[in-house]
Design a protein around this ligand. Structure first.
Ligand code: SF4
Length: 393
């Protein structure tokens, strides 16, 4: 029989805000994003901005008891395409957040943006509203690849968007994809070199995968072979390392001290409140850790808030037996892993519970033998799923 989690202190707390609309749904995307269908004159950008902001604020108010006595160190406004919000709307939203929660003075506030919706005036307005980090969904700088991915921007627009973002924000991340339809090693190299030419402090490289319930799952494009994808990955890693970026997570690369605080909090099994359509949250209490999920469809979400006062569709305690796996699922994505004591701090359980699994993983060469770290080896990172599964119940 496992004990209940016991915490010496609650984990750090972050806030995620979901914006669920995009101009067009990309064929590979399985995020909770909905194409704007009705750009009529009384709607801002084809969605009712004020109605959604009102719902977000009301949603945040339902979570306030979870923030009492705690500071929030980062906010991530993700989507969808949050840069479709107006600057005034962003200002209203962030003012409402600041009035309700205790936000650290130097909190990281990231907004995702797409090159198609980046304008200089608007970005200046987002910065004025308090956004201090922008993550741009570039995916590729090449017209042909962008077309194959069904993106609405082209290579020139991508480059222009990066420049505008850098003019307004010190902290900029570029999201890129590799393993794209018919992508050659040379084409992949050109994307990395273009990305590096902007010297942004953070870069993310995701392998394109065919996710269920997407257009690409039903009509798969021709992707490079596994060997070709491995070669592209190795090339990316070499180019990025040479340029001074450290791969600190499976897909994330940063210059010194430029890691994304918000994402580090997920990987270190911190707490987060999630508001907005389909948002997920994780909150620790003395004796338990819970997960929350909200109504996924934007209309259903707003109606639930407006009629019932909350949009939760699930709020469940994570079974104690599942905590070690959930922790390792996140922590082992980090190339430097985490300090050993983070396990007890974040799960509220003694490390001795997983001693056997740790030994086994070390013997297989998947886990570093340093006793003060829970850190994957190079082999462990390569076979991450196998390593993580060793901590299943
Ligand atoms: S822009 Fe991003 S969130 Fe929107 S559909 Fe495309 S991949 Fe998904």
């Amino acid at each position: 029989m496992l004990n209940q989690p016991t915490f010496t202190a609650l984990p750090p707390l972050a806030l995620y805000i979901h914006f669920p609309w995009c101009e067009k749904k990309c064929p590979y995307c399985d995020f909770n994003s909905h194409q704007i269908k009705d750009p009529t004159s009384n709607l801002v950008g084809g969605f009712d901005e004020q109605r959604y902001i009102n719902a977000l604020i009301a949603d945040l108010e339902t979570e306030l008891p979870n923030t009492w006595g705690r500071q929030v160190h980062s906010i991530f406004i993700g989507g969808g395409t949050p840069s479709l919000l107006s600057a005034a709307g962003m200002d209203q939203l962030l003012c409402a957040v600041r009035a309700r929660i205790h936000l650290e003075p130097d909190a990281e506030i990231t907004m995702e943006a797409n090159p198609g919706s980046v304008e200089a005036d608007k970005l200046a307005g987002f910065a004025k509203a308090g956004v201090n980090r922008v993550s741009l969904g570039i995916q590729s700088f090449q017209d042909e690849q962008l077309k194959a991915l069904g993106r609405i921007h082209n290579g020139a627009e991508a480059k222009r968007a990066v420049q505008i973002a850098l003019d307004h924000f010190k902290s900029v991340n570029l999201d890129l994809m590799y393993g794209l339809p018919n992508q050659s090693l040379e084409a992949a190299r050109s994307d990395v070199e273009t990305a590096l030419s902007f010297k942004t402090p953070h870069l993310s490289f995701y392998n394109l995968t065919l996710e269920p319930n997407t257009y690409f799952a039903n009509f798969p494009p021709k992707l490079p072979s596994d060997d070709e994808i491995d070669a592209i990955f190795e090339q990316n890693l070499e180019l990025l390392t040479k340029a001074g970026y450290k791969r600190y997570e499976v897909s994330a690369y940063a210059k010194k001290d430029q890691e994304c605080k918000h994402n580090l909090n997920y990987w270190r099994f911190g707490d987060y409140i999630g508001i907005g359509a389909g948002a997920h949250g994780k909150i620790s209490y003395p004796g338990k850790i819970t997960r929350q999920v909200r109504e996924r469809h934007p209309e259903t979400y707003m109606q639930a808030i407006e009629t019932k006062g909350n949009a939760l569709i699930e709020s469940r305690e994570i079974a104690t037996k599942d905590l070690p796996f959930e922790f390792m699922l996140n922590a082992l994505r980090l190339t430097d892993g985490v300090d050993t004591n983070t396990f007890s701090e974040r799960t509220g359980l003694p490390l001795s519970l997983i001693n056997k699994n740790l030994d086994e993983a070390s013997k297989k060469g998947l886990l570093d033998e340093n006793p003060s770290k829970l850190k994957p080896t190079a082999l462990g990172l390569r076979y991450l799923n196998n390593l993580q599964e060793m901590f299943l119940d």
